[in-house]
Design a protein around this ligand. Structure first.
Ligand code: MG
Length: 154
């Protein structure tokens, strides 16, 4: 068994792109800036899984300098990482995430986010929302950060 830790952060965008977290579009909410769809939860989970399996990181496999990943659906990148783990003989036991965000509230979409992530990962993925209590950039609501920890087995 091995564990992996993933982290990601994206600032909110100035243009009107959609907010996507864990593959779920949060209708009517301000989106995050990034080369792909800026799905901070999907990116943190991808890095946790790759790290657990010793398979590098998301930037190595899906570089933000590559035009193929512009506007990419990050759940597809996550699915590709899960396939890499399977090819290397790893199965995922579970993943747990903490998302730090002031707005919007995660709770109403939490079940949908967990269900979609669990489906793509093929194992239970749990997500907890947390506020930064006004401290720093996250506390000022300037972006969204996510930590994820994964347990894998072979
Ligand atoms: Mg990212």
């Amino acid at each position: 068994m091995r564990v992996g830790l993933g982290f990601d952060v994206h600032p909110f965008a100035d243009d009107d792109r959609p907010l996507v977290l864990g593959g779920v579009t949060f209708e009517g909410e301000r989106g995050l800036a990034g080369h792909s769809d800026a799905d901070a939860i999907a990116h943190a989970v991808t890095d946790a899984l790759l790290g657990a399996a010793g398979l590098g990181d998301i930037g190595e496999h899906f570089p933000d300098t590559d035009e193929r990943w512009r506007g990419a659906n990050s759940m597809r990148l996550l699915a590709a990482a899960v396939a890499m783990l399977a090819d290397a003989g790893w199965s995922v036991t579970n993943v747990d995430c903490t998302v730090v965000l002031e707005q919007p509230k995660l709770a109403p979409r939490r079940a949908a986010v967990q269900d979609f992530l669990s489906e793509v990962v093929g194992a239970p993925v749990t997500v907890k929302g947390k506020r930064a209590e006004g401290l720093g950039a996250l506390g000022r609501g300037e972006g969204v950060a996510c930590w994820a920890i994964a347990l894998v087995d072979r």
